[in-house]
Write a protein that binds this ligand. Structure first.
Ligand code: FPP
Length: 229
C-alpha cells in the first residue's frame, strides 16, 4: 500500500537530558523520564499547529539496553502508561501512532499494547507520530537491505520519510544511530535545554530558524547562478 502523506514537515527529536535534569534536583533518573513523558504529551499536542506532519521521537535506542535494569523497566512502564492514557486522545486528535524498531526483545504485554494503540489510531491523518523503541538506524538499514531494498526508492519505502529538521536537546551534538539514511539532507538544531524543559515556544523558535535556512540539496541557489553569468 502506498504511504499515506501527512501535510507538514518531518521533525525528529532526540529527547536527551532527562537523567541530568533529575540529578540536578537530587531526584532519581526515572523522575526525569517521567517529566520527559509530559514533554512528549506537550510536543504531540503542539506539533500540528507548528506545521509538523510527521514527528519521530527517539525513546529507547538499541544501545539503551546497557542501562541499569530498573531504569529500562521504568522506561517501559512509562511507554505503557503513555499508550494506555493517551490512545483515545490520539485517535480523537487524528494522530496515527507507530513504533519503529525491533519488537522481538520487548516484553510481550508492551508489544500487545503497541499493536493495540497502532490499530486504534491507524486512521489518523493529521499527525504521524513515530516512536523509536529498541531502535538502531544501522540495523534498520541492514534489515531493509536483507529484505530486498536495492535502490533509493525501496530503501525510502522500507525506512520512512526524509527528515527535514532534527532537534536534539541537552547540548549534545551527535546522531547516536538515529535515522542515518533519513537525515541525509536534514537540518540540525542542537538546543541547550534539557528535554523535560523543552517548550512549544522553544520548538517554534527552532522551526523559525529552520525556515530561514537556505536548503539547496546540493544545487546552487538560482540567484547565484545568475550572478555567475
Ligand atoms: C535520554 O536522556 C532519554 C531517554 C533514553 C529516554 C526518553 C524517554 C522519555 C522521554 C520517556 C517517555 C517516552 C514516551 C514516548 C512516552 P538521558 O536519560 O540519557 O539523559 P542524560 O544524558 O541526562 O542522562
Amino acid at each position: 500500500m502506498p504511504e499515506r502523506s501527512f501535510d507538514g514537515l518531518h521533525v525528529a527529536m532526540i529527547m536527551d537530558g532527562n537523567g541530568r535534569w533529575a540529578q540536578a534536583r537530587g531526584w532519581p533518573r526515572l523522575a526525569g523520564h517521567r517529566a520527559g513523558a509530559e514533554t512528549v504529551r506537550r510536543m504531540v499536542e503542539a506539533a500540528p499547529g507548528l506545521g509538523i506532519g510527521t514527528l519521530t521521537l527517539y525513546a529507547f535506542s538499541a544501545d539503551n539496553w546497557k542501562r541499569p535494569q530498573d531504569e529500562v523497566a521504568g522506561l517501559f512502564r512509562l511507554f505503557a502508561r503513555y499508550m494506555r492514557q493517551e490512545a483515545d486522545k490520539l485517535r480523537r486528535q487524528g494522530v496515527k501512532f507507530e513504533v519503529i524498531g525491533r519488537r522481538d526483545r520487548l516484553p510481550g504485554p508492551l508489544v500487545s499494547l503497541i499493536e493495540e494503540t497502532e490499530a486504534a489510531t491507524s486512521a489518523g491523518s493529521r499527525l504521524r507520530l513515530r516512536v523509536a523503541v529498541d531502535y538502531s538506524s544501522r540495523e534498520a538499514i541492514l534489515r531493509a537491505a536483507a529484505s530486498g531494498a536495492r535502490d533509493r526508492a525501496s530503501f525510502h519505502a522500507a525506512l520512512g520519510p526524509d527528515v527535514d529538521l532534527l532537534i536534539r536537546t541537552s547540548g549534545e551534538q551527535r546522531l547516536s544511530d538515529f535515522l542515518l539514511w533519513e537525515c541525509a539532507y536534514a537540518e540540525f538544531s542542537f538546543l541547550d535545554v534539557a528535554w523535560p524543559d523543552l517548550t512549544e515556544s522553544g520548538v517554534r523558535a527552532a522551526l523559525d530558524d529552520f525556515r530561514a535556512r537556505d536548503r539547496r540539496f546540493g544545487a546552487v541557489h538560482p540567484a547565484r547562478v545568475q550572478a555567475l553569468r
